[in-house]
Design a protein around this ligand. Structure first.
Ligand code: SHN
Ligand code: NAI
Length: 204
């Protein structure tokens, strides 16, 4: 079991300092920028992917000196200098969320591999046990979701849920119906609209 709670976090307008601008920083910042965080990178150089996104964050082009600390809400420690990384971690303020690329166990945040297909979002992690394996896991899960008709079923069910939620049924009745409609009896029915109407009438 993961020690970390899986959450979907709103980072829009959150201030982020990222120390180091290499390969890992580029992977993390791609996501942070995409989701609207306010990012400042402190690093003497930038990965080519970050150079392409130069207009979307502040760059302090310099190497960190010893003993510096940062007041932003989120601190991303991504240098290849493990002594400096450890020092930054030790100097972070209580209450600050710290991402430590070099030390999964002491990092407040883990990044999962993300499967984002239509209405389904999955975050998959091996919790640092074998990060590269998540690639395999991602393909496995994508295939399983497709084989189980998950995307097709959700396409069918989205407007059905609206009908049920907007009906005059009681909360409990809606709940019963929402669960019933996920079953094959409904999903494979030749006339789903008719069946839903029948079920609604029975409950009313
Ligand atoms: C805990 C986590 C923390 C976090 O960063 O949130 C973490 C931690 C660490 N990774 C390390 C190494 C590598 N990570 C990868 C690849 C990926 N790593 C990713 C996530 C995570 N990595 C988080 C946990 C996710 C999980 O376990 O499921 C992926 C899923 C997403 C992404 O990074 O975007 C991406 C998937 C592949 C893809 O899709 O490409 C590769 C392979 C490669 O690069 O090809 C290597 C080199 C080979 C190796 O060592 O296995 C090291 C050692 C560093 C060192 O010692 O130098 C640490 C630190 C530690 O373990 O303490
Ligand atoms: N969590 C993960 O998925 C992974 C984590 N890692 C770890 O992440 C860290 C970074 O790895 P990479 O991005 O591959 O390294 P990298 O070599 O691509 O990038 C390091 C960056 O840190 C900067 N830097 C070095 N000294 C600095 C200083 N004094 N002040 C400011 N910036 C400084 C460099 O200029 C460079 O931009 C390492 O500790 C590595 O062990 C590595 C692979 C995967």
């Amino acid at each position: 079991m993961s020690e970390k709670l899986p959450l979907f976090v709103q980072v829009q307008n959150r201030t982020v300092h990222c120390i180091g601008g290499g390969t890992v920083a580029a992977r993390r910042l791609k996501l942070l920028l995409e989701y609207g965080a306010e990012v400042t990178v402190v690093s003497p150089d930038l990965h080519e992917d970050l150079l392409k996104q130069r207009a979307h964050f502040t760059w302090e082009k310099r190497a960190l000196t010893q003993g510096e600390s940062f007041s932003s809400q989120l601190l991303f420690i991504c240098t290849n200098n493990q002594t400096l990384n450890d020092e930054l971690l030790a100097n972070s303020w209580q209450g600050q969320w710290v991402y430590a690329a070099h030390d999964a166990a002491r990092s407040d945040i883990h990044f999962p591999t993300v499967i984002d297909e239509g209405p389904v979002t999955l975050g998959v992690s091996t919790n640092g046990v074998y990060p590269a394996y998540t690639k395999k896991l991602k393909e496995l899960l994508k295939d399983a979701l497709t084989d189980a008709n998950v995307f097709k079923e959700l396409e069918i069910l989205a407007p059905i849920r609206q009908q049920i939620v907007q009906s005059d049924l009681t909360g409990k009745q809606k709940q019963i119906l929402l669960h019933r409609c996920m079953g094959d009896e409904f999903l494979l029915a030749p006339d789903r609209d008719l069946l839903l109407k029948q079920w609604m009438d029975e409950l009313n």
